[in-house]
Design a protein around this ligand. Structure first.
Ligand code: FAD
Ligand code: DHB
Length: 405
């Protein structure tokens, strides 16, 4: 392995590494660990502090292969101990509940509920313990010469402008990061859909009310009951994406949850809410995932509405493919893997986009749609929970599609 090298000129630091990674989200951190395993040197630049990234509440559901990869990388000890393994989910609509047995329908695959910020904590700690370099709280990040042979990233920490020279840049900096913008607009092929609804998400101190996730389609809108631990529950409500969280005092949230999950003989257990926020929803794909020596991965390249629980899983899939291309480049001097990065990733990304869009339109109430479409959604739901073929299709997407065709 080549170590990152440092030089200090005046007050600025110049570093050199093989892969400059922007962003310490799931994409950037999994990539750093995959590269470390392959003996490739990298440096991560992250615009937020360690406390901030370890405290941001987001995803919860991990596909089986992501859990397996995490264990193979030696990072799964706490995940296996504290994660919750779910063999099925419940769909609720029209006053009925229906169990979908994912494990049986997919010959043994399950999903794991383990919070994204816990994954982040595990990956950051292990990276630093192995001597990996993560520079937190960088500002004014700029990418240079991405279509030349010697790209570099400049950034500020404190008052100084520092520089990271590298062979390749991995843009793992999420939807709002600068990497995608470094590709000229004329070269970018992008697709987008904005949804007319959002999610209000909460964390509450309460015991679990049900043994698995409930996806509920209700005449007042979608609801999702998930979990984090035996003491902490994660719930979501469909809401207006432009609504202010101040309009949602805790009593209103619980009253709405009670309506959307209400079921005879069953009680939704309430508790103190200690985190709440509203998020908008979009589907987005930038098919130009490579430009010269810049590679986009994860939310920097594509966004899904969260209903299908796919975003983090797709981010890890991208960096797995990218790490294989980089390994082939450094080990064998072949560049097919790198040149083939976008076409290798996109078919599976589009399937994740399709599934996320499908789950979203199936389960949410879209007031911009006509009454006819709403009846079609109900027919679709009825079909999904009664046809083994339809249920199997849903299950194989939910637990994670295989790589390749
Ligand atoms: P991010 O997590 O956005 O990480 C990007 C990082 O780059 C951030 O840390 C950011 O601070 C940093 N950055 C930004 N700008 C710069 C810069 N200029 N310089 C350096 N660093 C920068 N996915 C699932 O798979 N399963 C789920 O159950 C699921 N549930 C979700 C629930 C919710 C409520 C939400 C909001 C999302 C959910 N997702 C889920 C999606 C998942 O959270 C994202 O897809 C995932 O975070 C993408 O990872 P990423 O590393 O690509 O991007
Ligand atoms: C969670 C998030 C999702 O988007 C989803 O589909 C299921 C669970 C969660 O945060 O637990």
């Amino acid at each position: 392995m080549t170590d990152s090298s440092f030089a200090i000129s005046g007050a600025s630091i110049e570093m050199k590494t093989q892969i400059g990674i922007l962003g310490a989200g799931p994409a950037g951190l999994y990539l750093a660990h995959l590269l470390h395993r392959a003996g490739i040197d990298c440096v991560i630049l992250e615009s937020r502090s360690r406390e901030e990234i370890e405290g941001t509440i987001r995803a919860g559901v991990l596909e089986q292969w992501v859990v397996d990869l995490t264990v193979q990388l030696g990072l799964g000890e706490r995940m296996m101990r504290e994660g919750h393994f779910h063999s099925g989910v419940t769909f609720q609509f029209g006053g009925q509940r229906h169990h979908i047995d994912m494990e049986e329908l997919t010959s043994g695959k399950r999903v794991t509920v383990y919070a994204q910020h816990e994954v982040i904590k595990d990956l950051v700690a292990a990276r630093l313990a192995h001597g990996g370099k993560i520079v937190f709280s960088v500002q004014d990040v700029q990418l240079h010469n991405v279509d030349g042979d010697q790209p570099k990233i400049t950034y500020r920490v404190g008052g100084d402008t520092d520089e990271l020279r590298c062979d390749f840049i991995a843009g793992c900096d999420g939807f709002h990061g600068p990497s995608r913008q470094a590709i000229p607009v004329v070269d970018r092929v992008e697709y987008q859909k904005i949804y007319p609804f959002g999610w209000l998400g909460i964390l509450a101190r309460a015991p679990a009310s049900w043994h698995e996730l409930i996806y509920s389609r209700h005449e007042r809108g979608f609801g999702l009951l998930s979990t984090r631990s035996p003491e902490i529950q994660r719930l979501y409500l469909q809401c207006d994406p432009n609504d202010a969280i101040a309009n949602w005092p805790d009593e209103r949230i619980w009253a709405e949850m009670q309506l959307r999950f209400g079921y005879p003989g069953w009680t939704l257990i309430e508790g103190p809410i200690f985190q709440k926020n509203i998020l908008a929803m979009r589907s987005f794909v930038c098919e130009t995932m490579q430009f010269g020596r810049l590679f986009l991965a994860g939310d920097a390249a594509h966004i899904v509405p969260p209903t299908g629980a796919k975003g983090l899983n797709l981010a890890v899939a991208d960096v797995l493919v990218l790490s294989q291309g980089l390994e082939a480049w450094y080990r064998r001097g072949t560049r097919e893997g790198l040149d083939n990065y976008s076409p290798a990733c996109l078919p599976r990304i589009w399937k994740g986009e399709r599934f996320s869009w499908y789950m979203t339109t199936l389960l949410h109430l879209d007031e911009t749609e006509g009454r006819f479409e709403q009846r079609v959604r109900m027919a679709d739901l009825d079909y999904v929970v009664h046809s083994r073929a339809a249920m199997t299709a849903l299950a194989e997407n939910y637990v994670g599609l295989p790589f390749g065709n």
